[in-house]
Design a protein around this ligand. Structure first.
Ligand code: KDG
Length: 311
């Protein structure tokens, strides 16, 4: 069987080197948090598949070509002849500020339904990865996400929910109402510090949200801290991992890389310290290179950053 199945919306990302309002050349890339995670794992040699709906046109063809080229299985992808590809424009507004503009309402990916995911879930995988982006896309995508999480957790798969709040898609209250129940199906929950409150009671602090998640059967809560690394909570307590001291040139995709590294460590049978080490290593590769996933390491490159010294 597969090591990891993930699903969601893959986007065609059009990147401008400067402000979008100034025009100029755009470059075309595959984006989408779940596709980024799938590629991160496939580069490390794990058997990985991505499921979702893609447009029937050239842009959908491009998405499939990129996933295949990276070794991600696309056997259970649905082609949609009616709806367009979801697009994302990314502008480098300043050296430190990247802004995103979506053209994804009514897209092929947003029409995801339970029926689209049934064959992929029937084929099974050790790990099911999902994000809090997919349930924000449409009612049918929300139901598909809940169904997939429930089905995979019943079958004994490790379910990983990566919160990934997208403020341009829904409000924090709408996200919390959907993501808090969804977290109950997960063994691993990944959230940044400010996202954690979206899988708990409104206004609850980190210890309270973590305690409630662990009570509900979540085994590991990973709180990502950007340049400060991450904290991992389990029933045995909390463990911290520092980020690797790389020069950050592009932070988009760092969270996805972190999650891919953690899950790769899990699939390799590493202990918590080893899983965290792999997670911060992939995060470092992602921020040190341009693009969501282009800079992610192959297995023989994993130790490339080991000798970096802070400062
Ligand atoms: O994590 C990176 C993603 O945000 C990007 O690839 C696009 O999935 C995406 C989204 O919906 O924002």
């Amino acid at each position: 069987g597969l090591d990891l199945l993930t699903f969601g919306e893959a986007l065609v990302s059009l990147r401008a080197a400067g402000p979008l309002a100034a025009g100029g050349a755009l470059t075309m890339h595959l984006a989408g948090a779940e596709a980024n995670v799938a590629i991160g794992l496939a580069r490390l040699g794990h058997r990985t598949a991505w499921a979702g709906r893609v447009s029937e046109d050239e842009l959908g063809g491009y998405v499939l070509r990129e996933l295949r080229a990276e070794g991600v299985g696309v056997d259970h992808v649905t082609r949609d002849p009616e709806r367009p590809a979801g697009l994302m424009f990314l502008e480098r507004r300043t050296a430190d500020l990247t802004r995103v503009r979506y053209h994804r309402a009514g897209s092929a990916g947003s029409a995801l339904s339970v029926e689209d995911l049934r064959p992929a879930l029937a084929a099974g995988a050790h790990v099911l990865h999902l994000t809090g982006i997919t349930p924000a896309l449409s009612d049918s995508a929300r139901e598909a996400t809940r169904w997939a999480a429930e089905t995979a957790s019943r079958s004994g798969a490790l379910v990983c929910l990566d919160v990934n709040h997208r403020a341009r898609l829904w409000t924090r209250d709408a996200a919390r109402a959907v993501l808090t129940p969804l977290a109950g199906y997960a063994s691993v929950v990944v959230a940044s510090e400010d996202e954690l409150e979206l899988v708990g009671e409104p206004g609850a602090d980190e210890p309270a949200v973590v305690a409630a998640l662990l009570d509900r059967g979540v085994e590991t809560v990973l709180v990502t801290l950007g340049a400060d690394g991450a904290r991992a909570y389990t029933r045995d307590g909390v463990r911290e991992a520092a980020a690797l001291p790389v020069t950050a040139v592009d932070t988009v995709g760092a969270g996805d890389a972190f999650t891919a590294g953690y899950l790769s460590g899990h699939l390799d049978g590493l202990d918590l310290a080893g899983r965290l080490r792999r997670a911060v290593t992939l995060g470092a590769f992602a921020v040190a290179g341009h693009g969501d996933w282009e800079a992610l390491p192959r297995r023989d490159e994993l130790s490339l950053l080991d000798d970096l010294q802070p400062g």
